[in-house]
Design a protein around this ligand. Structure first.
Ligand code: TMP
Length: 237
């Protein structure tokens, strides 16, 4: 399968058409941004790690009954995926307080939440991805009630499966962001990526951060953290 015309370049990936109208190729970059692109940098080898890790985790989701866009890994950085139109929502689950949740509600980072939380942000860089509630989402036609119910059901399933998988390799899943897409026949499937760019992952014992917060907060050892998660999942360069 060959890359044809580039459709889109995002902050971390490029998307290309293929000769099959229902399939795209995504190409993962080493570029890293934070704070809506205000902070820019590179995490050497990140594209390879995120591509392979995301494909590995998407395969686990498929086995758990969550349909995804994943079709086939083509190379270290390139993956064949189903064509979808992205539902413009960042779907965020939190198991432990951190990041913007800690800031908004004055809760110390690392405080275990009594139940997993679900929140949505509207994917719109010009508006700085504002938080949005379910009434707003349906009122604006971003997704229907049925689509939101399906997204919610799949999201909590992803949380359960991902959390259990990471515990098995000594990692606590603090929170994560996922995105969904709609196929040509209207099916909602898991899309985008699952990686240390989009999850907060802490070592269970030491509570050391093994994710993009090391880049966001200039903590150093960013590449080491990504490599550590990659290795714990049993993946090899
Ligand atoms: P937050 O605490 O900054 O709201 O982030 C919650 C989770 O979402 C965290 O795992 C990081 C992830 N995330 C993204 O993947 N992309 C983003 O643009 C943001 C702001 C957060």
């Amino acid at each position: 399968m060959q890359k044809l015309e580039q459709l889109y370049e995002g902050k971390a990936k490029k998307v290309f058409k293929t000769d099959d109208p229902e399939l795209y190729i995504v190409d993962y970059k080493d570029d890293a941004t934070a704070f809506n692109g205000q902070k820019k940098g590179q995490i050497s080898g990140k594209g390879v790690i995120n591509n392979r890790m995301s494909n590995f985790l998407m395969t686990i989701m498929e086995k758990a009954g969550v349909p995804t866009h994943f079709v086939k890994e083509l190379s270290d950085r390139e993956t064949l995926v189903k064509k979808v139109s992205i539902v413009p929502l960042e779907v965020i689950v939190r198991n432990v307080a951190a990041g913007s949740f800690s800031k908004h509600y004055g809760v110390e980072e690392g405080t275990k939440l009594l139940n997993p939380t679900l929140e949505f942000s509207l994917k719109d860089d010009a508006l700085d991805d504002p938080l949005i509630n379910e009434y707003h989402i349906t009122a604006l036609g971003v997704a229907t009630r049925q689509e939101l119910d399906r997204i919610t059901e799949m999201t909590f399933k992803v949380n359960e499966v991902l959390k259990a998988y990471f515990v098995g390799v000594g990692i606590e899943l603090i929170d994560f962001k996922i995105e969904f897409g709609k196929t040509s026949d209207g099916q909602i499937i898991l899309a985008d990526e699952i990686s240390p760019d989009t999850c907060r992952l802490w070592d269970i014992e030491t509570r050391q951060k093994l994710d993009k917060d090391r880049f966001r907060r200039d903590m150093g050892n960013v590449e080491d953290a990504y490599n550590e998660v990659f290795a714990r999942l049993g993946l090899k360069a």
